[in-house]
Design a protein around this ligand. Structure first.
Ligand SMILES: Cc1ncc(COP(=O)(O)O)c(C=O)c1O
Length: 417
């Protein structure tokens, strides 16, 4: 039986990558502007078919490169930020959005409110006293832990009893009551319950739960909600045989739930919001490394010049990323290999026992789905330097949008002369 290959997973701008590798040293991340824009349009337009006022945000934590953010903001997205630096870059680029911190400090609140471009989404009512000292905003939203969760893997479950996030359902009415007593006048409700979810029905289930909770709050203290944010978590396939999430079915499902629950709980319909990161950026980026060692021992280890410091997902989560040998058709001669990086860690392996076209030193490898939660999650362990980021612009030109780090950069914050 032949397996159906999902073209979204295996798509690769081969010629642009080969051109980039002739101009710039490897490793580097490379992003395709036309794909980023197409993803933004598809996301926004699909939801707008069912929710004309739909207000999308981009989860800045997924990819924080200013040039990438500029593209996404120009496609009508606001920012979902979660740290001072994310708030800072949003302001610097002239965008606005929602701020969802967790276990936020008073200084952080102050910083974010001073940017003047964020609506706050609080992780818990216990943060209200800090806000009282800083200045109570007119609008406030709470992130709810509605008790249900899903994710591409257990570590991506972000709600339920083990999760550190969100106001537990039993405390929600009290939280809004306290916020209103402090002087908040306009309200939102939010949940972010899991990441990389590929089950279309799940998003409707989250919306249904949030509207049920909104209904309880309305009944208890009479407030209506200006917006309802279902968070991010829209999954993308990482394996070639995985189907894509059917976004139209997601939006339709949420529409049905809105119609039913708003009537049942006598709610004024809130503006629907969502804050995808992965869905917008993952399949518009690749990490490109060059093979510099092929070692035949107990297994065949293919060493590339990128590492877990560039893309930690396989090491942290055991996540699968499709890997292509650039310019070699996947149908040619194959061998079973482990693709590894240069760090002194045995989990610095991008793939284990993967059947790939036979490679030689000098070949290029592209690790797919590296546009989201990749560079942004990277680090300097082993004092490895952060790689460059390249953009394939709409005209096909190659543009360095972040240079590679240097050893001097690494020690710039120490007191080394
Ligand atoms: C509050 C919040 N919103 C949105 C996102 C984006 O998630 P994703 O990239 O899975 O869409 C995250 C990711 O962790 C998050 O924590």
């Amino acid at each position: 039986m032949s397996t159906r290959i999902n073209p979204r997973v295996v798509y690769l701008p081969t010629h642009a990558i080969q051109r980039a590798a002739r101009r710039f040293p490897t490793p580097f991340f490379i992003y395709e502007e036309s794909r980023i824009r197409a993803n933004c349009k598809r996301f926004r337009n699909t939801f707008r078919r069912y929710f004309p006022n739909f207000a999308p945000l981009f989860a800045v934590k997924a990819n924080t490169n200013p040039e990438i953010l500029r593209i996404i903001f120009s496609e009508g997205f606001g920012a979902d930020a979660s740290s001072e630096a994310e708030a800072w870059i949003t302001r610097r680029l002239g965008a606005t959005g929602m701020y969802t911190g967790n276990y936020t400090t008073a200084d952080e609140f102050r910083f974010v409110l001073n940017t003047g471009c964020f609506r706050l989404n609080l992780d818990d009512a216990s943060m209200l006293p800090a806000l009282r000292k800083i200045g109570v905003p007119e609008f406030l939203s709470f992130r709810i832990n509605p008790g249900i969760s899903q994710g591409g893997m257990k570590s991506l479950y972000l709600a339920g009893p083990d999760a550190k996030f969100g106001v537990p359902t039993r405390d929600v009415v009290a939280a809004y009551w306290e916020a209103r007593a402090l002087g908040v006048r306009r309200f939102g409700i939010h949940a972010m319950t899991g990441s990389n979810v590929l089950d279309e029905r799940y998003f409707a289930a989250v919306a249904a739960k949030l509207l049920e909770i909104a209904g309880k709050v309305k009944k208890a203290i009479g407030i209506d909600f200006e917006c309802l944010n279902v968070g991010g978590g829209f999954g993308v396939p990482y394996r070639p045989e995985q189907p894509s999430l059917d976004l139209d079915r997601v939006a339709q499902g949420i529409r049905r739930v809105f119609d039913r629950q708003c009537k049942r709980y006598n709610l004024r319909e809130p503006v629907l919001m969502a804050e995808p990161g992965r869905w917008i950026m993952a399949d518009a980026g690749w990490l490109v490394g060059r093979v510099h060692v092929v070692k035949h021992s107990s297994k065949t280890f293919v060493g590339i010049d990128a590492g877990m410091n560039d893309l930690p997902r396989p090491a942290i989560y055991g996540a699968y990323h499709y890997i292509a040998v650039v310019g070699k058709p996947p149908r040619g001669r194959k061998e079973l290999v482990n693709v590894v990086g240069r760090l002194c860690e045995n989990n610095d392996q991008f793939a284990r026992d993967r059947r790939l076209p036979v490679v030689a030193v000098g070949d290029l490898m592209a690790i797919h789905n590296a546009g989201a939660h990749a560079y942004a999650m990277g680090h300097n362990y082993n004092n490895r330097l952060r790689s460059a980021e390249v953009l394939i612009t709409r005209t096909g030109a190659l543009k360095i949008i972040r240079r590679a780090e240097t050893i001097r950069d690494l020690f710039r914050t120490t007191n080394l002369a």
